[in-house]
Design a protein. Structure first.
Length: 365
């Protein structure tokens, strides 16, 4: 089987070239061809010796996921469904904004966590994505989006907020992050790359040491009772432990704050008392809040908070001294908004079957 060089960051690629008897600088050349020029054919890497190209053609490859479908929202948001084999597909979303272009990347086929308000979580879980499948989403999207009139890449920011829990696929995600940050890869700054987690505390500590990029935490509740219900991972790493991990992370983070993401669920976590609890919970954690109106999906069981509830919630946090934004819903007409990504998941957890049974029972009752 040929070796997919897209799985290798610069260190691993350098080691690979050493093992096949080539000089270390060849790794930088090939990395620039793959990531900066978007070239997947060794014969097009014209500054490589013909003998090396022949060797690579025989032993290696550059394989990215194939496109299944492409959709564009009325607001300019784009969503691609990419084929990762054996009937599985992952979704990648590009969000255009005035000052930046953000790509939302998936890290798993489905998700092993069962956050109850998330469409991806309802799909169950198949497997982790490889480093090549993760970075391949950025590779593919760069080719699709091209450059600005100033010859700059349209994609300026990357967020690991697509399908899956990034820190549950730690090694492959870190390898992909290395490629994003490497000057021979995509040359992104740590401030422009964000990893979102539901609160995997030990992995947060590991990420702080090996790859301290910007951090977003999917919080979604102001107390353990509510969070245990809607983010079951909280039973393993409750809020006190999570807040301590956030404080530790900031010791090496490229930004001096954590972004707390908070999906607004009508009657569940959106009352004034919850906002007051929240401000007390995070008082020792430098942070910003991103309030996210819930994006409905079929049989979710939740409703979006009213605009008035969101306004009151926001005002309480702001009056407590926090920076708060309310995320503008983007791409919901193509199911590309936060919490709506579903892809194609050959579920190994039987979670899809479980939810179908629950919905059927509710309809009968």
């Amino acid at each position: 089987m040929k070796t997919n060089l897209l799985n290798f960051d610069l260190n691993n690629l350098t080691q690979y070239f050493s093992e096949i008897g080539e000089k270390p600088f060849r790794a930088k050349q090939v990395m620039r061809w793959m990531h900066q020029s978007g070239v997947a054919d060794f014969d097009e890497m014209t500054d490589l010796a013909k003998s090396l190209r022949s060797k690579l053609n025989e032993n290696a490859c550059v394989i990215v996921p194939d496109l299944i479908t492409s959709q564009q929202s009325s607001d300019g948001t784009r969503k691609w469904l990419l084929d990762v084999g054996t009937g599985n597909g992952v979704e990648t979303v590009f969000i255009p904004e005035a000052e930046r272009g953000t790509l939302c990347i998936s890290s798993q086929v489905g998700c092993a966590l069962e956050c109850t308000f998330c469409s991806t979580g309802r799909q169950g879980f198949n497997r982790n994505l490889t480093a090549a499948e993760i970075i391949g989403q950025l590779w593919w999207a760069n080719k699709a989006m091209g450059v600005t009139p100033k010859n700059e890449r349209v994609i300026s920011n990357v967020v690991m907020m697509g399908m899956g829990e990034p820190l549950a696929n730690f090694d492959n995600v870190v390898t992909a992050l290395n490629m994003m940050l490497d000057d021979h890869g995509y040359g992104l700054s740590r401030r422009r790359v964000t990893v979102s987690t539901s609160g995997m505390v030990p992995q947060m500590d590991r990420l702080k040491e090996v790859m301290p990029v910007a951090l977003a935490v999917s919080l979604h509740a102001s107390n353990d009772m509510i969070r245990n219900e809607i983010v079951p991972l909280n039973k393993k790493y409750p809020l006190k432990e999570l807040m301590a991990a956030c404080r530790r992370y900031l010791e090496k983070a490229p930004r001096d704050f954590v972004t707390f993401e908070y999906v607004m669920l009508d009657g569940i976590n959106d009352k004034a008392q919850h906002a007051h609890q929240l401000s007390e919970l995070v008082r020792d954690v430098p942070c910003k809040f991103n309030l996210i109106p819930f994006n409905p999906f079929t049989n979710s069981g939740y409703n979006r908070s009213t605009n008035e509830s969101i306004r009151i919630f926001r005002d309480i946090l702001q009056q407590a001294g926090f920076v708060v934004t309310v995320r503008k819903t983007r791409g919901d007409d193509i199911d590309a908004a936060c919490g709506q990504l579903a892809g194609q998941v050959k579920d190994k957890t039987r979670r899809q079957q479980k939810w179908q049974q629950i919905v059927a029972a509710e309809r009968r009752s």
